[in-house]
Ligand binder design. Structure first.
Ligand SMILES: *Cc1c(COP(=O)(O)O)cnc(C)c1O
Length: 395
């Protein structure tokens, strides 16, 4: 049976692709080695640097974000190298699993999955590593499984105060273009990202922004790599080309996405996300439910993970919301499966999309008989009304 109206894709990535980007992608494929291609190549390669806030090279792969995770490690590490990783949630643990498969030795700082990475614990681990065996610190900027952000500038400070030479590798797959991110200013060495979250594109592109120190490390790193090799990319990119076939049509979309982000202004984009996250938490509180993240300064602007009361099943709730309201929400992953659902409020998103999404949740709570108070939508609307013209503060 046909479902009328637009499907609400409110998972925290892939995020809905705006019509402007769909139109930009809907073009005949061009010759990626032809004379006209370099204009597109230079445009996206320069433009994406402004989104990462860097003057360093940004490598664009035709892959999902996981590929760029692998690229960050195989370009900089040698077999058996030690890493310091912080298990902020499911995505951090997947990156750790990938590192193990590559033959690296991750040392793990565990958390309760309800906060970002603790810079003080990172500093203590690095100070204890007096022989400087740890080659990289790996942190997830926006942990999409829990709705917690890590304070990357503070992590950089922790590494510097420990006087430790480790590289700083940051997964900002769901952070970039939704949450403030400053590659150069924060002293990140490799930033990993993807197309399908804040950049509003379909899945299929991933990114490595690379510092000079990371490029230097790549010249002596011992892990085998070929497809992911930065040097081949950097060489071809200098002329506006790629060493192998890029995702041409997604690059058309990327050029459009960069235009859209710059027309709105990155600071306005970040403020919009912060405000929608705050409105969402207002609704959650009015429902009498609990937000997964427990540290106010680490609340994610990208998504909100909400805990259901004991005795309720978050996946049954999500199924009811999909069946009755044609709205997809994110599921709880691994050890919080069934206990949380995730509301994505990222990308091409406005007050009315948020109101619709929260209305779907409130109706679903009723249909799935999850104990709650009504009035969450109303509370969020009040928040949105009273903050309409306020410039939310960008952290
Ligand atoms: C989505 C996501 C990933 C995985 O990206 P894929 O494109 O699915 O490979 C990794 N880390 C974070 C933080 C994410 O949000």
């Amino acid at each position: 049976m046909r479902t009328a109206g637009r499907h609400f894709l409110q998972i925290p990535g892939p995020s809905p692709v705006p019509d402007r980007i769909l139109r930009a992608i809907d073009m005949p494929v061009i010759d990626h080695r032809g004379p006209g291609f370099a204009d597109l190549g230079h445009r996206v390669l320069q433009g994406i640097k402004r989104i990462f806030k860097t003057t360093q090279p940004v490598i664009i792969y035709p892959s999902s974000g996981t590929g760029a995770w692998e690229a960050a490690l195989v370009n900089t590490m040698s077999p058996g190298d030690k890493l310091l990783m912080v298990e902020t949630g499911h995505f951090a643990s997947l990156w750790q699993a990938l590192a193990l498969k590559l033959g690296l030795q991750p040392e793990l700082i565990e958390t309760d999955w309800r906060r970002g990475a603790d810079p003080a614990l990172i500093e203590a681990s690095l100070r204890a590593d007096s022989k400087h065996e740890i080659k990289a610190v790996c942190v997830v900027h926006n942990e999409t499984s829990t709705g917690s952000t890590s304070r990357i500038a503070a992590v950089r400070k922790a590494i510097d105060s420990a006087g430790h030479p480790a590289l700083l590798l940051v997964d900002t797959i769901s952070g970039l273009a939704s949450a403030d991110f400053r590659f150069d200013e924060w002293g990140v060495d490799v930033a990993v990202s993807g197309s399908q979250k804040g950049l509003m594109l379909p899945p299929g592109l991933s990114f490595n922004a690379v510092s000079e120190k990371a490029i230097e490390a790549s010249s002596s790193a011992g892990l085998a790599n070929s497809y992911w090799q930065w040097s081949d990319m950097i060489e071809a990119n200098a002329r506006g080309y790629f060493p192998y076939t890029p995702s041409t049509n997604l690059l058309f979309g990327l050029a459009e996405a960069i235009d859209m982000l710059e027309e709105e202004g990155l600071d306005n984009v970040f403020a919009r996300h912060i405000r929608h996250a705050a409105a969402t938490r207002t609704a959650v509180e009015a429902w009498g439910l609990e937000v997964q993240c427990q540290v106010a300064e680490e609340f994610s602007p990208v998504l909100t993970a909400v805990r259901v009361p004991d005795g309720s099943d978050a996946d049954q709730l999500r199924a009811a919301i999909l069946a009755h309201c044609d709205t997809s929400l994110g599921n709880g992953l691994s050890k919080i499966a069934g206990k949380v659902f995730r509301i994505g409020h990222l990308g091409d998103f406005n007050d009315v999309t948020l109101a619709g999404t929260l209305a779907a949740v409130e109706m679903g709570l009723h249909h799935a008989e999850v104990p709650h108070q009504t009035g969450g939508v109303q509370a969020a609307l009040e928040y949105l009304k009273t903050t309409r013209d306020a410039k939310a503060k960008v952290a």
